[in-house]
Design a protein. Structure first.
Length: 301
């Protein structure tokens, strides 16, 4: 067997793991795939016949690639104030595919990815590699140019930020019932019913993309969210050709909205204790089409 074929087979054994690491590090499906591809190129160039722990070596490489991408991204966004949401993993309602299960192991909800996006690149790397993939700080430290003690402190700071994330209700049917009640109230313009399904401190984030930053926003509080829902969402749902497709958004109840069959919006909901505590909405049709393509294809007549 040729060496490149042997390397390719070995790499494929680790691809799912590497993509899971990259997704948690970057929160972008496209960038995660790019990072994995970059890791393959480095492997094919390096010749690692003597590497005893190939999985560990590949994890280190993909983590370094992601760290560089995060640092570059942070520089680019210094002058950007629009709301940006990470890519959700979207699948047919109540049906996760094996590759999606691998990507979302450890309950990587959209709320967690949103918080991870607020961390510094070094904090994110330390937290993801240690808390999610059990890498020792002695291996993480060289990646961020710190001592193992300093790397431990990075992860600890990240952990404090992550600790406040709401824990979604485990019952998916219960989540779906709450989301359905939300849309029913929105269609009817029923302010009281909307407030009733929303947590008092509910947070809504709308990412309309870089080309329409004025439409992006973040809102907090049941009354504010209910008013905006009636003002914006209710009229949108009443437009001709609008359809809602139930979907799983990072394993939780959500919807993909199409207009005359074309993707328009994806909405992910975090439901805890029977109330909606977070709504994350991506309203960039081109991006929605890319991340929801498989679901929309499955639901074509």
């Amino acid at each position: 067997m040729y060496e490149n074929e042997w390397l390719a087979e070995r790499f494929e054994e680790h691809r799912s793991h590497l993509r899971a690491v990259a997704y948690r590090m970057l929160g972008s499906l496209t960038e995660a795939d790019d990072a994995v591809q970059d890791t393959w190129l480095r492997l094919s160039w390096s010749g690692v016949a003597e590497v005893e722990n190939l999985g560990g070596w590949l994890t280190t490489i993909v983590a370094r690639v992601c760290l560089n991408m995060l640092r570059s991204r942070t520089t680019r966004r210094e002058v950007s104030f629009e709301v940006h949401l990470p890519d959700p993993v979207i699948s047919v309602d109540a049906e996760l595919q094996p590759e999606e299960e691998a990507l979302l192991a450890d309950s990587v909800g959209l709320a967690l990815l949103v918080v991870l996006d607020t961390l510094s690149p070094a904090e994110r790397l330390a937290f993801v590699l240690h808390d999610m993939f059990d890498l020792p700080f002695e291996e993480i430290a060289p990646m961020v140019g710190r001592t193992s003690v300093a790397a431990r402190q990075l992860a600890s700071r990240a952990r404090r930020r992550v600790r406040g994330i709401p824990v979604p209700d485990a019952d998916l049917a219960r989540q779906r019932a709450v989301v359905d009640a939300f849309f029913l109230a929105a269609r009817e313009g029923n302010f009281g019913a909307l407030v009733n399904v929303l947590d008092p401190d509910v947070v809504v984030r709308i990412d309309a993309g870089a080309n329409l930053p004025i439409a992006s926003m973040a809102l907090r509080g049941a009354a504010s969210v209910a008013r905006q829902t009636i003002k914006g969402l209710a009229s949108s749902l009443a437009r001709p050709g609008v359809q809602m497709h139930p979907a799983l958004v990072n394993g939780a109840a959500g919807v993909v909205v199409t207009v005359h069959g074309q993707p328009s919006v994806v909405m992910g909901f975090t439901v805890a204790d029977g109330k909606i505590v977070e709504i994350d909405s991506i309203a960039n049709p081109e991006r929605v089409g890319r991340i929801a393509a498989a679901v929309l294809a499955d639901q074509q007549p």
